[in-house]
Design a protein around this ligand. Structure first.
Ligand SMILES: Cc1cc2nc3c(=O)[nH]c(=O)nc-3n(C[C@H](O)[C@H](O)[C@H](O)COP(=O)(O)OP(=O)(O)OC[C@H]3O[C@@H](n4cnc5c(N)ncnc54)[C@H](O)[C@@H]3O)c2cc1C
Length: 309
């Protein structure tokens, strides 16, 4: 049994989600190969070769893969993937863009967003926005799987010394081209990788008031997230949204400020190790999942908390 892990990376560096995906592959068992498809990926490939438990790194360095266009990367993964028992990728935007096409091209079902491995053919995955966990057994010849990174502790980034092999495959499919991207720049940690997340909801009242959360987050070394209501109201950009239709996070500490705790929000953060809720309504459902709850006006509690740190 050999497993192909499609690396998540920025060309220059490997993304942390790759380590969680390798950890899921380790649970399945067998040899693990990591595919790094991109352009100018030598540093990312070197990092992949150092991951504990990785046997081989396949490097597909081609301008056609530079921006992870799924029309170009999926045929490569499908072609290489034919000789593997499992193909895994993180359930990131890229993974969710590429793997369904791979599954279609290999004529198998995809198993989406697994949070646990029961055996080589049986996996658990959340359904109904995380309100139920389905156990899925697959008889597909090649199992194409996206991995919810919060379900697996990261594999050790150091300790491996995998062989590296250059590979090639279908390149530019000619169906799409990369026009440009505007990346949000922030000195704070990335939301899905942060150990501490401070999130604000509609209770923040406006975007300007998020400054209270930014300054608390900077003291804590935290990322800042938001509920969909805060995003929809235009307080903050939508890449900060946590929840069913936003980002899934599971930090060591999640501080929910002025967030009621709708199930769609909980779907994105309820696996956090410690949850703190600050809300002026003691009946708010967020308190049902909170380890520590403070019934207070956030405009008094947040400055006090910041002063005390
Ligand atoms: C298909 C679908 C997908 C969705 N996906 C998401 C998603 O991904 N993420 C998400 O978050 N939501 C999502 N939602 C929306 C979700 O149902 C809720 O509407 C949303 O989470 C509510 O956001 P909120 O808690 O900020 O606002 P509210 O529910 O309005 O809660 C605001 C809270 O702030 C408190 N508050 C107000 N003022 C203060 C104060 N001064 N001090 C302290 N507390 C205060 C209030 O007591 C209240 O509990 C989705 C909904 C649907 C239908």
């Amino acid at each position: 049994m050999t497993i192909l892990v499609v690396a998540e990376h920025t060309n220059a560096a490997l993304a942390p989600a790759t380590l969680n995906t390798v950890a899921a592959a380790q649970k399945i068992g067998g040899d693990i190969h990591v595919l790094v498809a991109g352009q100018g990926v030598s540093a990312a490939a070197e990092a992949a070769a150092k991951i504990a438990g990785v046997a081989k790194v396949l490097v597909a360095d081609n301008a056609a893969y530079a921006n992870q266009l799924p029309e170009n990367v999926a045929p490569l993964v499908a072609e290489l993937g034919k000789s593997y028992s499992h193909i895994l990728a993180a359930a990131t935007s890229n993974g969710k863009n590429i793997l369904p096409r791979v599954a279609a091209q290999l004529d198998v079902d995809q198993i989406s967003e697994i949070v646990s491995v029961e055996s080589a053919d049986t996996f658990k995955r959340p359904i109904y926005a995380g309100n139920a966990i389905a156990t899925v057994q697959s008889s597909a010849a090649i199992k194409v799987i996206t991995v919810r990174s919060t379900g697996f502790d990261a594999a050790a980034a150091e300790g491996g010394s995998a062989a590296t092999e250059a590979v090639s495959g279908p390149a530019d499919a000619g169906k799409s081209s990369f026009v440009g991207e505007e990346l949000a720049k922030s000195d704070r940690p990335e939301l899905t990788a942060a150990k501490i997340v401070v999130s604000g909801g509609r209770g923040m009242q406006n975007g300007d008031n998020f400054k209270h959360l930014y300054s608390l987050a900077d003291k804590l070394g935290a990322a800042v997230g938001a509920s969909r209501a805060a995003v929809d109201a235009g307080f903050v950009p939508n890449d900060m949204q946590v929840g069913q239709t936003g980002k899934i996070v599971a930090p060591q500490l999640y501080i929910a400020v002025g967030i009621s705790g709708a199930i769609q929000h909980l779907a994105g953060m309820k696996d956090s190790k410690v949850i703190v809720a600050i809300n002026k309504d003691e009946e708010a459902p967020i308190f049902q999942v909170a380890d520590y709850g403070l019934v207070a006006d956030l405009f008094e509690a947040i400055p006090e908390l910041e002063k005390a740190i």
